[in-house]
Design a protein around this ligand. Structure first.
Ligand code: CA
Length: 223
């Protein structure tokens, strides 16, 4: 899951980025409103964390602008001011939730998970396809009850495929939701990681869960 953080306070931005990466999210950061809006318009993020007071375009403007363009990405507003007016205008501008700074990272993460879940129309933090289970709270992955160790990127890729189980995910979709702005679209890194995942998830099991769709991408499904 790929998240855009638009926050001009470098300390807070790097704190959020580090915490999200530790939780296997892919993160892009913009330190001003203009860059933030630009990135939000060109990339299909799974969530945007948006500060209100920003150099360049402010958070409320960005929110309204994205909604005007029918970009329905979940938006979590961060506000330094514990001001009811701010929260109301934030939600009225099209934000989905807000959090007042300073905040506990645990609460921030829970809201991030809830917003992404709502968008994926998933009601639980335990994703399950056949006998493959992924727990978004503990990041533990099991197949047939046996624990599987995954790297950060492998986990992010599997989580994305499980949230979209039974649907074809194209290489473009994967590159846009699992990798960040630094992704090199000419590399074969996606194939490489899908193969790593296959070795860990499917190898040794009669029933394969990861299937290739020739020329398009992959599908995770029971049959
Ligand atoms: Ca700010």
């Amino acid at each position: 899951m790929r998240i855009l953080v638009i926050e001009d306070e470098k300390k807070i931005a790097s704190f959020i980025k580090r915490g999200l990466k530790e939780n296997n999210y892919t993160v892009d950061v913009a330190f001003d409103g203009d860059k933030g809006l630009f990135l939000a318009e060109i990339n299909p993020y799974d969530l945007i964390v948006l500060d209100i007071m920003l150099p360049g375009k402010d958070g409320l403007f960005i929110c309204r602008e994205l909604r005007k363009k029918n970009i329905g990405v979940p938006i979590l507003i961060l506000t330094a001011r514990d001001d009811l007016e701010d929260k109301i205008s934030g939600l009225d501008s099209g934000a989905d939730d807000y959090l007042t700074k300073p905040f506990a990272f645990g609460e921030f993460l829970a809201r991030v998970r809830a917003l992404i879940r709502r968008k994926a129309d998933v009601k639980t933090t335990r994703l399950k396809v056949a006998d493959l289970e992924l727990d978004q709270l503990t990041h533990r992955v099991r197949r047939a009850g046996r624990e599987i160790e995954l790297t950060r990127t492998e986990y992010a890729l599997l989580e994305y495929m499980m949230l979209n189980a039974n649907e074809v995910v194209t290489r473009t979709m994967i590159s846009e939701h699992v990798w960040n702005e630094d992704f090199d679209s000419f590399s074969n890194v996606i194939n490489v990681y899908v193969n790593y995942l296959r070795k860990k998830i499917d190898s040794g099991f009669e029933k394969k869960l990861i299937h290739s769709i020739r020329g398009t991408g992959y599908i995770l499904r029971e049959e």
